[in-house]
Design a protein around this ligand. Structure first.
Ligand code: ADP
Length: 364
């Protein structure tokens, strides 16, 4: 078993606490991505799991064993870094074999492991090459191969593709995902890139300022963000946020939203609002559609002046000004609106997110 558990784990450097008592349960074989802005404590957390940083408080267990005082080499983990340290004077074969330098396996078994890993990583034809004759992606695969031959129970990746160009990053992401599907090893992966997190993870752990803000599948954190930080961080472009207030009405409570005026409160909010409560109403650009079609009953319509358009191919992003507020909406790729035009936009009542403005937590 190679599940990983963090129980009230804190890290301080001197008097400054940078990770604040986090809890995290990672299942055997799960692919978990720690994501958050720079400085939020994701690398520190990963390095504590690896044993490269001491834990100030709390416990970390791997496969049911508390590893707080265990040396990194005894934890049966393998770590792949952004700056993959492969040796320029060694062939690909020798670089991968380096992962087995401390192994007591017979030479024939070592050779088989190296060739198996090279096969999975599509490096079989390159075993005699030096790193200088490899592409960036191939070099990264050599670093992964070196980690693989050790049969770790957990793989730790610290921004492993950040140094690569955009096309290669996408390719390496796919390869790492395939590798996980082939091997089924537990993976903990750190990135600041929310798209990388969404595309790779079984579950995403979203961190900010040393705290975990939400843990969930990519769909959960996208569709039901726990607070305004997660709502803005996940999804590109970011969720539109409009100031709002709860207002008492004859038939219960409604919302008065900047740029939208009075709208009915979404069903899930009944009983949760008090008159005058300050709110933020969020709508994803993907859910705010530029359209002249007559609106259905459950639609909210608004209109705004187009300030900028960004053609993306299949869709066009429309940056519009609605009653003094900026919103981003989506239009089709064909026949997009022109700058300066006034356009009608529609959103479904059900796609609205409502947050308490003071605590920033989601109410629906
Ligand atoms: P991330 O990986 O999310 O970018 P880190 O885990 O590297 O963030 O850092 C978290 C916080 O801890 C940051 O504020 C950083 O400045 C601080 N930090 C990291 N390493 C040290 C260190 N060796 N000494 C003091 N502060 C550190």
């Amino acid at each position: 078993m190679s599940d990983v558990q963090l129980n009230r784990v804190s890290k301080s450097y001197g008097k400054t606490e940078v990770v604040h008592g986090i809890d995290l349960d990672i299942g055997d074989g799960e692919f978990v991505v720690l994501v958050g802005p720079s400085g939020c404590g994701k690398s520190t957390t990963l390095r504590m799991i690896a044993g490269l940083e001491e834990i100030t408080e709390g416990t970390i267990s791997i496969g049911g064993t508390v590893v707080n005082r265990m040396e990194p080499r005894d934890r049966n983990i393998a770590m792949v870094f952004q700056n993959y340290a492969i040796y320029p004077h060694m062939s690909v074969y020798k670089n991968i074999a380096f992962g087995l330098r401390k192994s007591k396996l017979p030479a024939a078994d070592k050779d088989r492991k190296i060739r198996d890993a090279a096969g999975i990583l599509d490096l079989s034809d390159l075993l005699e090459r030096r790193p200088s004759a490899l592409s960036g992606g191939q070099r990264q695969r050599v670093a992964i191969g070196r980690a693989m031959v050790r049969d770790p129970s957990v793989f730790l990746f610290d921004e492993p593709v950040s140094n690569l160009d955009a096309q290669l990053r996408a390719q390496m992401r796919l390869e790492i995902k395939k590798l996980h599907q082939t091997m089924g090893t537990t993976i903990i992966f750190v990135t600041h890139d929310q798209i990388e997190a969404m595309t790779l993870a079984d579950r995403i752990v979203i961190m900010k300022d040393g705290d975990i803000h939400q843990i969930g599948t990519p769909t959960e954190v996208y569709q039901a963000p726990a607070n305004m930080f997660v709502a803005r961080f996940i999804g590109s472009p970011s969720m539109n946020m409009l100031g709002a207030r709860a207002v008492a009405a004859d038939d219960g409570i409604g919302l008065r939203v900047d740029g939208l005026g009075a709208i009915a409160a979404p069903a899930g909010l009944h009983g949760k609002l008090s008159d005058g409560q300050a709110l933020a109403v969020g709508i994803r650009p993907d859910d705010l559609i530029v359209s002249d079609a007559p609106a259905d009953m459950d639609m909210i319509s608004l209109s705004g002046a187009v300030e900028v358009i960004e053609p993306l191919g299949p869709d066009t992003l429309v940056y519009a000004r609605v009653d003094g507020h900026d919103v981003i909406a989506k239009a089709p790729g064909r026949n997009p609106p022109v700058v300066g035009a006034t356009v009608a936009m529609q959103m479904r009542q059900a796609d609205i997110h409502v947050f308490d403005a003071a605590s920033e937590t989601a109410l629906v």
